[in-house]
Design a protein. Structure first.
Lengths: 122, 653
């Protein structure tokens, strides 16, 4: 069975780009537009990987990661966050919150697929 | 949404984000310290930059970066959201919009905007927005644990990331590699020695290794130019790294700003698909009315039942369809806050702008077509209506002028009013101008309302000096035409010294209306039901009596009427029992004499061909249940004709 992946981003275009890249590889991709929706979706579903933006309305990515890590169900799910170069020390915060890895925007589909495969292989 | 091009989605997203940025900036102009709004602006700019870079909008991403940086400093409390900064970012926003839309931009604009931004951020304009720290050279030595490869780790991306920081010189350290007979190819035995020159702080280098640092060895030292100092090889402590701030959880946990609706439950659909659906619903309504006729002429009970059911369903479908196309006018109203902001600066007037009834909904197509007329009316209110603070003070008014833009639903119409508390329309000047332009005879007796209506006459303009604001070659006649093109009506009332109210009455939708089907001679016509006030009989004796003057008394009021039979040259004898359908456009009303009233009719409006567009009395056509065609009467045009009895012949000709 191919993995289910949740992508959380307030940017619909970015979600769509991720969805196109990953469904092309046979993954099932679900979307959520902010952290809170991301937590609800993760609670309701069964995901092998979560890809999230950090800067989002309603609930930001860091809070979402912390919230998910606080729940036994999501303790082991790998979480990759997306960031831009201006997020200087945010990587440290994200790691402390429990993120597994990151991907710098802009990225191309191949980079995304490589990272996803690598994380899922672990 | 699946299957849609992310780039197309991004364009829409960019438009929304920039609209939100504009609204937020205008909110900040009023409440400088609103944390939530500052965060929201930063977030929007951040998303715009990030997604823009993803989809090849590099110029947009690069330009937005500067504004984002500026707002990051506002967010951190280093810089105040001063009026100058807000104006600079507003201007920059317009440029971003042009970049996102792929519109051509003038060379040098970007630099000028960034200069303004810098000046606004720094007050005096000395330092640039982000002072790039001088580049430093670092020596980075690292090795990964032997089991790295087995665990899926790869050193190459790490080296790539180091290269992203600046010019790099990478040397592989092979000291740890055993002799070939002892070598396990899956072990990572290499180490690396990298000299990188970067403007980024030391923490940026550490960030590269953040997810592998637990298992690896890493040594970062600054390379200082003097050889003597290099010998010391001192690790420069970096205050920023030492004190990694805890995440500002309290802040990021903040609930969403009020008034900003959650978009999670919303679905975006391209407008063309809705138009297509609307078109099909229209066809269904036409087919249904044919079915109704067929059923009525048969004695099949089952067929009649089904026909009634389908009629009910078609009617419900039509109503749902209309609601789907409705969007709140608040979206449109929001744009005018920016206009007022700019107008206040240009005119030097103090303007308080308020909106009311933003949740009132209108068909999306109508909203788009209302934008230009409203811009013109608001400009007029600010430019001609409101006085300067000095003038206001002199006449005992508060210095701040008020403009209220309000919307409310009234039956099948939405009424939009623009109210100002300015000087009101100068009747004497309107009269002088109208006489000068030959619109009226000198000394002609006019009611106050008639005098005010002259403002909407083609070629009329009261501005003695054409200003940059109102005198753009678009007169009130164009505004009136646009509104009437939407089957709406425009009215103005004004009290000297106290201000003016311009009201627009707009039908809720353009595509399907409830109509009253009437017969004149052998042809059938549709009168929009929303303009019908009442239907009365035209007694034969009154018909004969009023042969010269077409006026009928309705509850002590004289109402002019038009004999459509004459107007349309049917060449037939009138029915013995003619009816008068009294229609109105708000203030004015007129009776339309018809031969027979056939009943109500769900009217799917089909536009007239360009060839027939010049025919004034009709606004469109519709297909009837029996396949025949009925023309839809243009009420605005007919009421105007009825109010000027002498013009009847001209309209008829």
């Amino acid at each position: 069975m191919s993995a289910s992946i949740l992508t959380v981003d307030d940017s619909a275009s970015l979600r769509q780009a991720i969805k196109i890249a990953l469904t092309g590889e046979g993954y099932a991709v679900s979307e959520a537009p902010d952290g809170q929706a991301g937590v609800s979706a993760a609670d309701a579903g069964d995901f092998q990987l979560i890809i999230t933006d950090l800067n989002m309305p309603v609930m930001d990515g860091l809070t979402m990661i912390r919230t998910l890590r606080g729940k036994p169900k999501h303790a082991g799910v790998p979480i990759i966050f997306l960031t831009t170069e201006s997020d200087a020390d945010i990587k440290a915060q994200a790691k402390a919150a429990g993120a597994t890895g990151w991907l710098t925007k802009p990225f191309n589909p191949d980079q995304l697929i490589t990272v996803v495969k690598k994380v899922l292989a672990k | 949404m699946s299957g849609q091009d992310p780039v197309a989605i991004f364009r829409i997203e960019a438009r929304d984000l920039l609209e939100q940025v504009e609204l937020d900036l205008l909110t900040l102009a009023e409440r400088q310290d609103d944390r939530e709004t500052i965060d929201a602006v930063f977030r929007s700019l951040h998303t715009l930059k990030g997604s823009g870079a993803m989809f090849g909008f590099d110029a947009l991403a690069a330009f937005t970066h500067h504004c984002e940086t500026a707002f990051d400093r506002v967010r951190k409390g280093e810089v105040a959201a001063s009026p100058a900064l807000i104006s600079a970012v507003l201007a920059a926003r317009d440029h971003m919009r042009a970049l996102a839309e792929g519109e051509p931009t003038e060379p040098g604009v970007e630099e000028a905007l960034l200069d303004d931004l810098r000046r606004a951020v720094d007050g005096a304009g000395a330092a640039p927005v982000s002072t790039p720290p001088s580049a430093k050279t670092w020596r980075v030595r690292f090795s990964l644990p032997p089991e790295t490869f087995v665990n899926g780790g790869r050193p190459l991306p790490l080296l790539d990331e180091l290269r992203d920081l600046g010019p790099c010189e990478v040397t592989a350290v092979t000291d740890g590699v055993p002799a070939v007979e002892d070598l396990n190819p899956t072990d990572c035995r290499l180490a690396w020695d990298v000299v990188v020159t970067t403007e980024q702080p030391r923490s940026a280098i550490e960030d590269v290794f953040i997810f592998v640092i637990d298992d690896m060895t890493l040594d970062i030292t600054e390379v200082v130019d003097e050889p003597a100092a290099q010998a010391v090889a001192e690790v420069v402590p970096d205050a920023k790294v030492a004190a990694i701030e805890p995440p500002k959880a309290a802040n990021s946990d903040a609930p969403p700003a009020e008034g900003r609706p959650r978009v999670a439950e919303m679905l975006r659909v391209p407008a063309e698909r809705l138009d297509e659906l609307m078109d099909r619903v229209g066809e269904l309504v036409i087919a249904q009315s044919r079915l109704k006729q067929v059923a009525a002429s048969s004695s099949d009970q089952n067929l009649m039942t089904v026909s009634e059911q389908i009629e009910q369903l078609a009617s419900e479908l039509r109503e749902i369809m209309m609601v789907v196309r409705m969007v709140p006018v608040g979206q449109l109203f929001g744009r005018f806050r920016r206009l007022i902001h700019d107008l206040a600066i240009e005119t030097g007037k103090t303007i308080n702008f308020a909106t009311d009834g933003e949740t009132t909904e209108l068909d999306k197509t109508i909203i788009e077509r209302l934008a230009d007329p409203l811009v013109h009316l608001i400009r007029n209110a600010a430019d001609h209506g409101l006085e300067t603070p000095e003038q206001r003070k002199a006449s005992g008014k508060p210095e701040t002028g008020h403009i209220l833009l309000a919307a409310r639903q009234s039956g099948a119409e939405v009424v939009i009013t623009i109210t100002d508390d300015g000087r009101g329309v100068d009747r004497a000047r309107v009269r002088a101008k109208a006489e000068e332009n030959g619109l009226i005879q000198p000394g002609q007796v006019l009611t106050d309302n008639e005098l005010l209506q002259l403002i909407f006459a083609p070629g009329f303009s009261t501005a003695t000096a054409v200003t940059n604001l109102s005198g753009r070659g678009v007169g009130m006649d164009v505004v009136k035409k646009t509104i009437e093109g939407l089957r709406g009506a425009i009215e103005i009332t004004s009290t000297p010294g106290q201000g003016s109210v311009v009201s627009l009455r707009i039908p809720l939708t353009l595509a399907i209306i409830d109509g009253l089907l009437v017969r004149v001679g052998a042809s059938r016509y549709v009168i929009p039901l929303s303009s019908v006030e009442e239907c009365v009989e035209l007694p034969v004796e009154q018909d004969l009596r009023s042969a010269g003057r077409s006026l009928v008394t309705l509850r002590d009021q004289l109402v002019p009427f038009i004999r459509l039979r004459q107007m349309f040259n049917t060449g037939q004898e009138p029915d013995p029992h003619q009816k008068i359908v009294v229609v109105s456009t708000g203030q004015e009303r007129v009776g339309l004499v018809v031969d027979q009233i056939l009943g109500d009719h769900q009217t799917v409006i089909k536009p007239l061909s360009p060839f027939h567009a010049a025919v004034g009395a009709f606004s469109g056509a519709t297909i009837l249940g029996d396949g025949g065609v009925a023309l839809i009467l243009d009420i605005g045009c007919l009421v105007a004709a009825g109010q000027r009895p002498d013009a009847q012949l001209r309209a008829a000709g």
